[in-house]
Design a protein around this ligand. Structure first.
Ligand code: ACO
Length: 445
């Protein structure tokens, strides 16, 4: 096998301690904290010794200011709208690379040469089948159960089919086998979930096909009919998967790293990441966007009214697909997807009125002081659902497609975390409950 888990040196190279320090004064005591600097000159205050030296902890609900790790995988500048993987811009990768090349890049640190690519690709192709017993699990799901719930269970269940993945001490070949198996079986599982929703028989993978074509064939081929794989769909999905491939320490990736930090196996850790992705404030937003656009359409397309609702603090409605924790100027992925949306719908000859509503909604919100002041822009999920729907996917499958794209990122981050030998993740808290009080007998309370 050709794939290498990155040596920890790569991590150390991006994590330079600085001679300068930060000083804090606390209850009459002054202490110095070391600074660290990343390869793009980002500065962090290293507080590892803070509690030992002062007894105090830092308080940062939602981790808005806290770095949980140093990482050499993805660089993101939310103010400037920059996203790079291993030094390559997302624009460059989305325009020129295949999803498999990006997967290799994220996991292995470099773009593959032809020989490396062929070995990687071949290894994935040779692991696409899932154990036949997995079909029995699918039989147990009630009709209409949400695809994301199924995906969480199916990915975690791989650890039951490959129990050797559970051991905490694994040689490189065992680790790589887990990586290949997970990457290879993910499209098969995702397509099975779709087929289950239709009550149709599953299609087996065809290993002569590339990753994206194989997925489309398993998903859309009807067992009784021939299916011609449309290159427009292959190119569009390839681009969408690249745009979702990694996004540094977001909610689902942090979950994968946190779960993996307890030395839980790769399948269980990624299953947990899928659960985090499902939430409507994260990857689940792509389904919510289309549902929101449909509601606005059936309400007469009055976008101004819905923008007002989103601004109203007494109304729980938010503009789904708008706003981002780190992007405060624009989301570079949303820019690419918006353009791709026009291209794909044109090429497929699809006229989707929700695209017009989405554009009008974007225009109205971007001109509104509420959204300008809060730096709220369309994110990656705003236009992706319109493409997915034009390709033939039902809305419930949208977040599954996000997970399919994010998988190489989760794997790369999990590997890096284990290579860095990170300690178990365990945040502190400030306790605000009752102080010590005596037990009172039930009859006397
Ligand atoms: N519609 C209306 N108001 C919004 C929106 C929105 N979509 N997003 C944020 N705001 C407002 C908040 O009410 C808040 O206003 P306030 O300062 O007056 O209280 C302010 O903007 C800041 O919002 P926060 O929720 O504090 O920002 P945070 O960084 O915690 O949340 C998030 C980011 C979760 C993405 C948020 O913008 C949101 O809920 N967006 C809609 C859901 C969505 O599209 N999620 C996908 C994100 S991309 C991804 O995960 C793949």
């Amino acid at each position: 096998m050709d794939l290498k888990i990155l040596p920890s040196q790569q991590f150390i190279n991006t994590y330079h301690p600085m001679s300068e320090t930060a000083k804090i004064s606390l209850q009459g005591k002054e202490i110095e904290l070391p600074l660290i600097i990343g390869s793009e000159q980002e500065v962090g205050i290293d507080i590892s010794d803070l509690r030992a030296k002062t007894g105090a902890i830092t308080f940062d609900v939602g981790y808005k200011n806290s770095g949980a790790t140093a990482s050499a995988i993805t660089y993101l500048d939310g103010e400037l709208g920059i996203l790079r993987h291993r030094g390559y811009s997302i624009e460059d990768l989305a325009e020129n690379a295949t999803f498999m090349e990006v997967a290799y890049l994220l996991i292995n640190g470099e773009l593959p040469n032809k020989a490396q690519y062929d070995v990687f690709d071949q290894n994935i192709r040779s692991h696409t089948l899932v154990n036949e017993d997995m079909k029995n699990i699918f039989e147990a799901w009630p009709t209409g159960s949400h695809p994301m719930g199924q995906l969480i269970a199916m990915i975690s269940s791989l650890s039951s089919f490959y129990p050797e993945s559970i051991g905490t001490v694994q040689n490189d070949n065992q680790k790589l086998l887990n990586v290949y198996r997970l990457l290879a079986k993910m499209p098969t599982i995702c397509s099975m979930i779709y087929k289950k929703s239709l009550g149709h028989p599953f299609n087996y993978p065809q290993n002569k096909l590339d990753y994206v074509s194989n997925f489309l064939n398993m998903t859309f081929k009807h067992v009784t009919e021939d299916y011609e794989i449309d290159p427009v769909l292959v190119n569009a999905l390839n681009k969408l998967l690249i745009l979702h491939a990694d996004h540094e320490q977001n909610c689902s990736t942090s979950t994968v790293r946190l779960v993996g930090s307890s030395h839980a196996n790769l399948y269980a850790s990624v299953g947990a990441g899928v659960a985090a992705l499902w939430g409507p404030l994260h990857g689940g937003a792509n389904q919510e966007v289309i549902e929101m656009l449909e509601i606005i359409k059936s309400d007469g397309g009055n976008v101004e009214k819905w923008v007002e609702k989103a601004k109203d603090k007494n109304d729980s409605f938010r503009l789904m697909g708008f706003g981002h924790r780190v992007y405060k100027n624009f989301d570079p992925r949303a820019k690419i997807i918006k353009k791709a949306c026009d291209d794909v719908l044109n090429k497929l000859g699809v006229n989707d009125p929700t695209l017009e509503i989405a554009k009008k909604l974007e225009e109205t919100a971007l001109a509104d002081p509420y959204f300008i002041e809060r730096k709220l822009f369309p994110n990656v999920d705003f236009y992706s659902g319109i493409i997915y729907r034009a390709m033939g996917f039902p809305v419930e499958m949208f977040t599954v497609l996000f997970a399919l794209g994010r998988l190489p990122g989760w794997i790369a981050q999990w590997n890096e975390m284990r290579e860095q030998k990170q300690p178990i993740g365990r945040p502190r808290q400030i306790y605000t409950g009752e102080i010590l009080r005596p037990y009172v007998d039930r009859t006397k309370r």
